[in-house]
Design a protein. Sequence first.
Length: 179
Amino acid sequence: MGTGSTELRAGPRSTLRERFDLLAREVVKFGAVGALGTVVNFGVSNFLWHATSLQAVRANIIATVVAIFCNYLGFRYFTYRDRDRSARTKELTLFLAFSAVGLVIENGILYAAIYGFGWDSSLQRNVFKVLGIGIATLFRFWSYRTWVFRTLPAREAVASAESFLEETAPAERPAQRVS
């Protein structure tokens, strides 16, 4: 889990193996945050399904919104912490927009299962919730890494690293000649 942008570390001369390793690390981090969000999502939705009189899809929308909030924090401060932070308002707006599309995917599948096919038992709801989350996750992974948490331009990342090194390195003295 090093620092620096993925693009910088996987430059034009990097091997296919290096690029694959970076993508694999990103997928693992994304999956860890997503797993936590999924636990939150399932916990809230099942609680609302059993403890309230809310309709199933409405309860699931609330659960998805709570999970989206948790996921933003995880993605920004864990998975994509090395990515560009210069435009937080734009980042958050894009995150919410793409998350809304994921919410529609997830809840659309649940809606179709319940109201289209009459599959409304607790087990059936959870099965279609898993299916909806799975499809929405593929969309979210692509959109978040492509549009929301963008990599820093290489020259900006290099300048940032150089300024950091200058601040932390002890002052070097020129070598004195011995005659």
